[in-house]
Design a protein around this ligand. Structure first.
Ligand code: FES
Length: 64
């Protein structure tokens, strides 16, 4: 059975794994076929939202 997992990485992004698609506010699919793991920004600082671009490290994002 296929499962989807969302893992909150400490002081970092959400790691999403599984058979999923990511759709933006305009209805455009922004995920790619064949890719099963994505890192989504939760610090608010990424320039590539909804994806993490590593900014969380530079701004010392704290998840707690
Ligand atoms: S969580 Fe990585 S850039 Fe926001």
């Amino acid at each position: 059975m296929e499962t989807t997992r969302i893992l909150c990485l400490k002081n970092g992004p959400y790691e999403m794994t599984g058979d999923l698609s990511i759709v933006d506010a305009n209805g455009k699919t922004v995920s790619s076929e064949g890719i099963r793991t994505y890192h989504l920004c939760r610090c608010g600082g990424s320039q590539k939202k909804p994806f993490c671009d590593g900014t969380h490290s530079r701004i010392h994002f704290q998840s707690e």
